[in-house]
Design a protein around this ligand. Structure first.
Ligand code: ARG
Length: 588
C-alpha cells in the first residue's frame, strides 16, 4: 500500500501546482503540534521567497483549493504560513480497513529483492558467550528478520572466531595434560578418533586456564603461538583437534542461541577462509598491492581525504601467520564467489571500526569486492551496568550470557508468580518468553551505536518503554479477543467503523504509520525505529482501551468494529515483535 504521508503529499502538491506554484513546496510532515493538527506543510514559507508574496497569502490560496477535498476534515492556513492538516476520520478508517484486509498489513515488499549476508554473533570458539556477544546476536538477528520481511534474500553467518591464538592455547594445554594422545604424535598416520578427547565443560575450563598461564609464562605463550602457526600450516593432528573443538563448541553455541531465538543460515568461521589465503596473498603481491614493511606483508589503504591516520591493512605477520584482517578479507572471497551478495553487513563492537575501514578499503582496492556490492559496518556501543561501566558480575568478573539470562528469567518468574494467575509450570515457560522480550527490547530500543545501561529493574517492568509492557498490551488484546469469541461472535468479517472518538482516531493514525516505520527501519537497518513505533502504537491502543467500553458495547456492529481494530493492532504488534526476535505468551 502507498504510505499515507505520500498520499497526503500528493494532494497538497497538486493544490500547490493548481495555484501556480512549484510542486516542491508541497512537502508534508507529521505535525509537531499535535494539539493543532495531525500533519503539516511548511512549503508556503519557502515559496514566499521565490514568488515574492506573503507566506500566509500562499497558504490561504492553497488551503482554499483543498476545502472540498474528502481526504481532509480541515486544512487551515495559519500565520505566518503553515498549513495545518487534519484528516477526515472516514479517510483514515478506509486506510486502516485496507490494511486489515492485506496479509502484510500495508507493507509492500521491495521491488527488487537483493541478496544480503549478515555477519553477526561472532562468538569465539571454546570461550563462553559473554554479554558483549549479546548485542551482536540480538541486533543482527533483527536486522536479518527485517530484511527478510521486506523481501530480501537474507543469509546470516555466525562467523565463528575459530582461528586465533585461542586454538593454539587450547592445543598447548591439552598436550601438557595428555601428551600421549595420538594428535600429538608426529608419526601417527592412522585415522583420528571420532569422539573428542574432552567435554564442553572441560573445554570451557581449559581455555581460561591456558589463557591465564600464557600471560604469566612467556615460554608457554611462545609454545601456543607455535601451535597456532603449525595449525594454520596444516598440522594434521592439530587440524583434527580443531575439528573436535569446533564440534563440541558449536553444539553448545547452537543451544545458547536457540534460547535467545537467534539462528544462522551459515555456521562458517574464520578457519573456512584459510584455503583462500595463499592465492589471495599471491595475487595481492603479483598485482603490486602487497609489500613487505618491517617484515610484515601489508597493503596501504590510506586515502588523500583522510583526516586521521589509517594504518595499512596487515596481511601476514613476519612469521607468515595470518591475522584478523586476513581472515576477513579471505572470507569475502568465498562470500562473493558463492553468494554474489549486493550487500554484506557486519555487526561488531564499534571499537572495531578501524579494522572494518581497513578491510573494506583493501577488499575494494585489490578487487575482491566490486563497487556494486555494498560493505556496511554497524558498530554497536557497550552494554553498561547501572554504574555506567561495562556490565560485570557482582564479583566484578565478566558476565556470562547464560548467567545473565537465567537471572532475568528468575526475576520474571517471581513477578509472574506474584500475580498469581498461573501454575508454576506455566509461569516458568511464560517467564522465559517475557524475559527474552525484556533483554531484547532493552537492547534494541536504543540506537545501536550508543552505549546503554542494562537496568534489569527497568527492563523487566510491565510499565514504560519496555518489552514486557508491549507483551502485556498484546496479552490484553488476546484476552479480549478470546472473550469475544467465547461469546459466540466472529471477528473475521467485521469492518472497522469510522472513528468516532479522539482516542480511536489516534489509534488509527498510529496504525496508518506502520508501512513508513517499516521502510525507515529497513533502509537504515535500524530495529530501534520499530521499537519506537510499537511503543507509540501500544500507548495509542491502551489510551483507546481505557476510553472505550469494548466488551459492554451493546451495538453489535460498533463492537465488532472495535474488535476488528483491536485485532489489526495486535497483528501489527505481533509482526513487529517477531522482527525484533521475540514473541508474546497467551497470558502473563
Ligand atoms: N569474533 C569477533 C569478536 O569476538 C567478532 C567477529 C566480527 N565479525 C567479523 N567478520 N570480523 O570480537
Amino acid at each position: 500500500m502507498k504510505e499515507i504521508l505520500d498520499l497526503i503529499r500528493k494532494e497538497i502538491t497538486d493544490a500547490f501546482v493548481a495555484c501556480g506554484y512549484d510542486e516542491k513546496y508541497g512537502r508534508v510532515s507529521l505535525s509537531n503540534r499535535s494539539d493543532l493538527c495531525e500533519y503539516q506543510c511548511n512549503g508556503a514559507m519557502a515559496a514566499a521567497k521565490e514568488y515574492k508574496k506573503a507566506p500566509i497569502a500562499i497558504a490561504t490560496e492553497v488551503s482554499e483549493k483543498l476545502q472540498d477535498n474528502p481526504m481532509f476534515e480541515s486544512v487551515i492556513a495559519c500565520p505566518p504560513g503553515f498549513l495545518n492538516l487534519i484528516l477526515a476520520p472516514g479517510y483514515v478508517t478506509d486506510y486502516v480497513n485496507a490494511m486489515a484486509e492485506d496479509d502484510r498489513k500495508g507493507v509492500d515488499k521491495v521491488a527488487e529483492p537483493k541478496t544480503v549476508i549478515v555477519d553477526y554473533g561472532g562468538p569465539n570458539v571454546a570461550k563462553p558467550l559473554h554479554v558483549g556477544h549479546l548485542r551482536s546476536a540480538v541486533i543482527g538477528e533483527s536486522v536479518k528478520r527485517i530484511g527478510k520481511f521486506m523481501g530480501d534474500n537474507m543469509i546470516g553467518d555466525v562467523h565463528l572466531g575459530d582461528w586465533g591464538l585461542q586454538m593454539g592455547l587450547i592445543i598447548t594445554e591439552l598436550r601438557l595434560r595428555q601428551p600421549d594422545l595420538c594428535y600429538f604424535d608426529p608419526d601417527y598416520t592412522g585415522e583420528y578418533p571420532s569422539e573428542p578427547p574432552f567435554t564442553i565443560s572441560e573445554l570451557e575450563e581449559i581455555y581460561p586456564t591456558a589463557s591465564a598461564k600464557s600471560k604469566e609464562d612467556a615460554a608457554y605463550k611462545e609454545e601456543a603461538m607455535t601451535a597456532t602457526f603449525e595449525l594454520q600450516q596444516g598440522n594434521r593432528g592439530y587440524q583434527a583437534l580443531l575439528k573436535h573443538i569446533l564440534d563440541v563448541s558449536v553444539s553448545d553455541l547452537k543451544k545458547n542461541y536457540e534460547n535467545l531465538n537467534v539462528s544462522f543460515e551459515l555456521w562458517k568461521g574464520e578457519s573456512d577462509a584459510q584455503p583462500y589465503i595463499p592465492d589471495m596473498v599471491e595475487k595481492m603481491k603479483k598485482d603490486g598491492y602487497a609489500y613487505v614493511s618491517d617484515g610484515a606483508l601489508v597493503v596501504d589503504v590510506k586515502e588523500d581525504t583522510d583526516t586521521k591516520e589509517i594504518p595499512p591493512c596487515m596481511i601476514l605477520k613476519s612469521d607468515g601467520a595470518s591475522l584478523y584482517d586476513t581472515t576477513d578479507l579471505a572470507t569475502l572471497i568465498w562470500r562473493m564467489e558463492d553468494y554474489h551478495p549486493a550487500s554484506v553487513i557486519y555487526l561488531a563492537d564499534k571499537r572495531q571500526e578501524l579494522h572494518f575501514v581497513q578491510v573494506f578499503r583493501c577488499a575494494r582496492k585489490t578487487g575482491i569486492v566490486p563497487d556494486t556490492t555494498e560493505l556496511k559496518f554497524i558498530g554497536f556501543g557497550t552494554m553498561n551496568g547501572k554504574d555506567g561501566k561495562p556490565f560485570k558480575t557482582r564479583e566484578g568478573g565478566v558476565m556470562r550470557l547464560e548467567t545473565l539470562v537465567s537471572e532475568i528469567n528468575e526475576k520474571m518468574y517471581e513477578k509472574i508468580m506474584d500475580n498469581k494467575t498461573m501454575e508454576e509450570d506455566e509461569a516458568r515457560k511464560t517467564a522465559q518468553i517475557v524475559a527474552l522480550s525484556a533483554i531484547k527490547y532493552g537492547d534494541l530500543s536504543n540506537q545501536a551505536s550508543k552505549d546503554y545501561i542494562f537496568d534489569i529493574d527497568r527492563f523487566t517492568s510491565f510499565e514504560g518503554n519496555t518489552g514486557p509492557y508491549i507483551l502485556y498490551t498484546i496479552v490484553r488484546m488476546k484476552s479480549i479477543l478470546h472473550k469475544y469469541e467465547e461469546s459466540g461472535k466472529k471477528v473475521a468479517d467485521a469492518k472497522i467503523l469510522t472513528a468516532a472518538s479522539e482516542s480511536e482516531k489516534s489509534l488509527m493514525l498510529e496504525l496508518a504509520k506502520f508501512n513508513s516505520a517499516m521502510r525507515g527501519a529497513y533502509e537504515e537497518n535500524a530495529p530501534h525505529r520499530i521499537c519506537a513505533y510499537i511503543y507509540d502504537l501500544a500507548n495509542a491502543f491502551n489510551h483507546f482501551y481505557h476510553e472505550t467500553k469494548i466488551m459492554t458495547e451493546e451495538d453489535e456492529k460498533k463492537q465488532a468494529g472495535y474488535i476488528r481494530l483491536l485485532e489489526l493492532t495486535k497483528e501489527v504488534l505481533e509482526i513487529c515483535i517477531d522482527l525484533l526476535g521475540f514473541s508474546a505468551p497467551e497470558r502473563m
